[in-house]
Design a protein around this ligand. Sequence first.
Ligand code: ZN
Length: 301
Amino acid sequence: LTFEVTILGASAALPALGRFPTCQILNVNHRYYMIDCGEGAQIQAARFGIKLSRIHSIFISHLHGDHYLGLIGLLGTLSLQGRKRALYLYAPADLADILAAHRKSGGLYLSFELIFKATNTEAPEVLAEDDLLTIYTFPLRHRIPCAGFRFEEKRRGYTLRKDAPLQALSIQQKLALKRGEDIVLEGKTRAFTEFTEPLKKLRTYAYCSDTIFDISLLSELNNVDLLYHEATFTQEYLTRAQETMHTTALQAALLAKEAQVGKLLIGHYSSRYNNLEVLLAEAQGVFPPTALAIEGETFKV
Ligand SMILES: [Zn+2]
C-alpha cells in the first residue's frame, strides 16, 4: 500500500525565490490528503504531476496566509473541473467565515459538497477516520490557534500469502482468512496464519507547523515513522524564533530524538536561508536521520 508524502511547498511566509509556502500531499493508496495549502499549491501540483481530482480531504493547520491562501483558488478550480465528489476540509473554526465572505462577495460557487469540520486547537482529539486512516489532531503553540495532525494507518485485514494453496478455497473462505478467521478445509480446521502474511507494523506520519519548541508534544509524536516539524531558523536566531513562536532546526531535532521517531523532515524555512544545508547540518548534529523537505521530493513513510 502506498503511504508517502510529496512536498509542494516548504517555505515560510516571506517570498523566497525558487520556493513556495507550505503545502504537502500525503498519498495513501492513491487517495490524497492535502496538508496546508499555501499560495502556488495548484502550480506546484501541476509541476509535480499531482492530480487535484484525487484530493479527498484538506487539512489546514492555522490561518496565517502562508498556510491557506492557495485554498480559495483550489476550490474554484475543482468546481471548474466539475468535481461532484464531496471534499472534506479541516481547519480552525474561523475559516468558515473566510469561506462565507468569498461566497458572498466573490461569487465562489462549488460544484460539490464541502464538508467542513473545525479542528480543536485546545485539546488533542480524533479528527477523522476513513477506511485507510485514523487522523488525530493536537494543539500547537503559535501566535494564533494552530493544530498539528497525525495520520495513522488502519489495519485493513490480513494479506493472503502468494505461495499458500489458495486455488482450493472459495471466495467466502478467502474473505474469512483476510478477517483473521480460521477455516474448515476437507473436514479439518486450518489456522488462518497458514495462509496469511505476518502483520506489518502500521505506519504513522505526523505534521507540526507552525509552533514554538514544545516538549509537551512528545506524547503525540512518540515512535511515529516520519515526523515533519518546522525548523524556520537556525539556533543563531533562537530569540527571533521564540518571539515569532517558531522552532529552530536544533530544537526540532531534539524533539525527534526524544520522541524516537524513525525519520525527521524539516521545513518552513525562513527566506533568509538561500542555502538550506546549514539547517540540515544543525539538525543532523543531534538527529542524523533528518532530511530537508524539498519541493517535488517524495518521502516514503
Ligand atoms: Zn504561522
